[in-house]
Design a protein around this ligand. Structure first.
Ligand code: SF4
Ligand code: MG
Length: 334
């Protein structure tokens, strides 16, 4: 499969008065053309920082991509100037955020916001731009586009506004769409409709999607593969099936136990006890040690190697690694 994006050993830090926060600590992943990869984890795990790094939207200072590469169609985005990045943002890579209201300008009609996005980046007649805007409104399921185009954001419901935001993100036909918690601000029925919309858009346009979320329910619906982040690292990655049916990292297992499942009525939900480590001085070993029911002596000393359980399923946990026993033996002998 052809890769559209490849992130290698990405590190992002933020310098504050209290010290340096190591928000992303050596993240590796890739995205195949036309697929949806979900990046899942609790708030503060580094998932939004990772997606902002891809868009080069880390405010520097205080933030900094301190190491690594982000290859988009083979081009390293970390090496581009701001001017070069501006030609990619909104054109080749688009991003949508949680709150549809802040993404829209309350003083401009929906139509002019759609057309503005397009004309900023492409030489196109106003007639053709209008035609394209109507097409996009239709694609995202806004009824009566001719009439609705002349209206303002406040005349739309939350769900409709998020559809408009998605239409604006797609109007330049990007190859990659990054959606950061795109349904969190919406109620459950509307969430389901927006997720269906993502599926439809991908079928129609072939766009590759990175979906950032804390909600495994969202992921179950539309992701092809899932990367689980914890304390600035991807601790497990696999196909949706591998992550849902054979989760091997104790943190992934804990996350799955803490989501309500429709097929298991009455089963008790168990939240994961404890809190993630302080990223000012992250542990040298496995960052989940303090919360892990299976923690061994080696865990807080040495960060686990990556174990490949299949071509697609990788995990960073000593439980999956024979070498843990050897390391324990050598540390006991000292
Ligand atoms: Fe638990 Fe150790 Fe695996 Fe970390 S490496 S998740 S502490 S068993
Ligand atoms: Mg976030």
């Amino acid at each position: 499969m052809e890769k559209i994006l490849e992130v290698n050993d990405l590190h992002v830090t933020f310098t504050t008065y209290g010290g340096t926060v190591k928000a992303v600590r050596g993240v590796n992943f890739h995205l195949n053309k036309g697929e949806t990869l979900a990046i899942v984890g609790e708030s503060g795990c580094g998932k939004s920082v990772t997606s902002n790094a891809i868009m080069r939207l880390i405010p520097d200072p205080p933030g900094k991509i301190s190491n690594g590469s982000i290859l988009f169609n083979g081009k390293d985005l970390t090496k581009l100037t701001e001017k070069e990045m501006r030609q990619i943002r909104g054109v080749d890579i688009s991003m949508i955020f949680q709150d549809p209201m802040t993404a829209l300008n309350p003083t401009l009609t929906i139509g002019s916001q759609l057309i503005e996005g397009l004309r900023q980046h492409h030489k196109i007649s106003s007639e053709n731009a209008k035609k394209k805007a109507l097409e996009m409104m239709d694609l995202v399921g806004i009824p009566n586009p001719e009439v609705r185009m002349k209206q303002y954001p406040h005349q739309f419901s939350g769900g409709m506004r998020q559809r408009i935001v998605i239409a604006i993100a797609l109007i330049c036909e990007p190859e990659l769409l990054i959606a950061d918690e795109p349904t969190t601000a919406l109620d459950v029925t509307i969430q389901a409709q927006i997720l269906e919309l993502f599926e439809k858009i991908q079928d129609t346009t072939g766009v590759s999607i990175i979906l950032i979320t804390h909600d495994l329910g969202v992921v179950a619906k539309i992701a092809d593969r899932i990367a689980v982040m914890y304390a600035g690292k991807i601790i497990e990655v696999g196909t949706k099936r591998e992550i849902f049916y054979q989760p091997e990292h104790p943190y992934t297992q804990g996350l799955l136990k803490s989501v309500p499942r429709l097929d298991l009525k009455g089963e008790k939900l168990t939240p994961i006890d404890g809190t993630p480590p302080d990223l000012f001085s992250p542990p040298t070993g496995c960052p989940f040690t303090a919360r892990c029911p299976f923690a061994m002596e080696v865990c807080d000393k040495v960060y686990p190697f990556q174990s490949e359980l299949s071509d697609t399923h990788h995990v960073e946990c000593w439980l999956q690694d024979e070498r843990a026993k050897q390391l324990l033996a050598t540390s006991a002998a000292k």
